[in-house]
Design a protein around this ligand. Structure first.
Ligand code: PMP
Length: 372
């Protein structure tokens, strides 16, 4: 991080990794169409194949199970719009899961089954129902709180009840291991820019030969599952980022120690602060810290002016003043939820970065009014 800025918003987007940049730049000169049979085409195809292998390895899937998409939003929309009879999900899911679920349900005149969320953020899938036409969407980890769901347990439940699971795993890579075969999920979505790859590229991992109607019909790319000439450079960057993310798991303890230090210092300075999901299983890199009676938007601006980038709720909903749907689903009091900021650290975060956050926090909370 540059001396003047401290970036602690990795869950919104992670800095581009040098290895990903190198892979992108090299691939930009590989101009062939990956579907062409000539040498130029085969060079492009080789890059795509290598990246597919790396993304498959990241989640312990087979390369044939990985379909590249324009990002996790597309992957989520695709998985959700498969003519399900019922979709069940909790309020902690990302907008890119909740909105297509609502759209699908409205178009078929069906309700979305709302799954209950416990105070610790865990989702209970037991009330989802049963049957082949039932899809349960369950995220692997929450983007605002870092709270981890027991997807494998839900997978076992789904097998017993004949239901399918779609897992939004966008926030997990590099932070916790992902083992697609043991999750029991039919589909799983990933996004390159959350792991230091470029924006606008992601994947839907599809179990075995599960038939999925294409979201984008057209050419026969991606094993006839997703039409459109492959974005070879972005795919190359995704592959490099996936390889690096797998390596990051070794640093998860160091990241968790930084997170623990920042939470301990913040609670020492402001004992009334609440660490959301403190007792729950959480990603090692994410802190959602709420202070009643303050405005998170104001806090974010104050931190920014002091050179520290954090966020209020998810980046996708920033600019939207109001309560986070995630925190509301967990039953957090509105006054507390309005004062919640998210601090999300990354593999390159240093002790000094945490020091900068702590010192900014001290100045802000010792200084002018933060009232909402
Ligand atoms: N799911 C989660 C949990 C996310 O955090 C995000 C990004 N904010 C997405 C899905 C959407 O990913 P993308 O930006 O690749 O569309």
């Amino acid at each position: 991080m540059s001396a003047s800025r401290t970036y602690l918003d990795h869950n919104a987007s992670a800095p581009l990794r040098p290895a990903a940049r190198d892979a992108i730049v090299a691939a930009l000169d590989v101009f062939g169409n990956a579907s062409s049979v000539h040498g130029e085409g085969r060079r492009a195809r080789a890059i795509v194949d290598e990246a597919r292998e790396a993304v498959a390895q990241l989640v312990n899937a087979r390369p044939a199970e990985v379909v590249f998409t324009s990002g996790a939003t597309e992957a989520n929309v695709w998985a959700l719009s498969q003519g399900w009879d019922r979709i069940a999900l909790a309020g902690v899911e990302h907008d890119s899961v909740r909105a297509p679920a609502a759209q699908v349900a409205a178009s078929r005149n069906l309700p979305v089954v709302a799954l209950p969320v416990a105070q610790d953020g865990s989702v209970d899938v037991a009330s989802a129902g049963h049957g082949d036409g039932l899809l349960v969407a369950l995220q692997m980890a929450n983007n605002e709180t870092g709270i981890i769901q027991d997807v494998a347990r839900a997978g076992l439940w789904a097998t017993e009840h004949g239901a399918r699971i779609h897992c939004d795993a966008v926030q997990a890579p590099g932070r916790i291991p992902i083992d697609f075969p043991t999750l029991g999920a039919t589909t799983l979505s990933l996004s390159a820019h959350k792991m230091g790859g470029p924006k606008g590229i992601g994947a839907l991992v599809v179990s075995g030969n599960t038939p999925l109607a294409p979201l984008l019909a057209g050419g026969g790319q991606e094993m006839r599952r997703r039409a459109g000439t492959e974005n070879v450079a972005a795919i190359a960057g995704f592959g490099a980022a996936a390889r690096a993310a797998l390596d990051d798991l070794k640093a998860a303890q160091r990241v968790a120690a930084l997170r623990d230090r920042l939470e301990a210092e913040v609670l020492r300075m402001t004992p009334q602060a609440v660490v959301v999901g403190a007792g729950a299983r959480r990603l090692p890199n994410t802190s959602s810290i709420a202070v009643a009676g303050v405005s998170a938007e104001t806090l974010v601006i104050k931190f920014d002016l002091m050179g520290v980038a954090v966020s209020a709720g998810s980046a996708c909903s920033s600019g939207k003043v109001g309560e986070s749907t995630v925190l509301a689903a967990m039953g957090l009091a509105p006054d507390l939820a309005r004062g919640a900021i998210r601090i999300s650290i990354g593999p390159e975060t240093t002790d000094d970065d945490i020091g900068a956050l702590i010192s900014a926090w001290r100045k802000i909370h010792g200084g002018a009014s933060l009232a909402a």
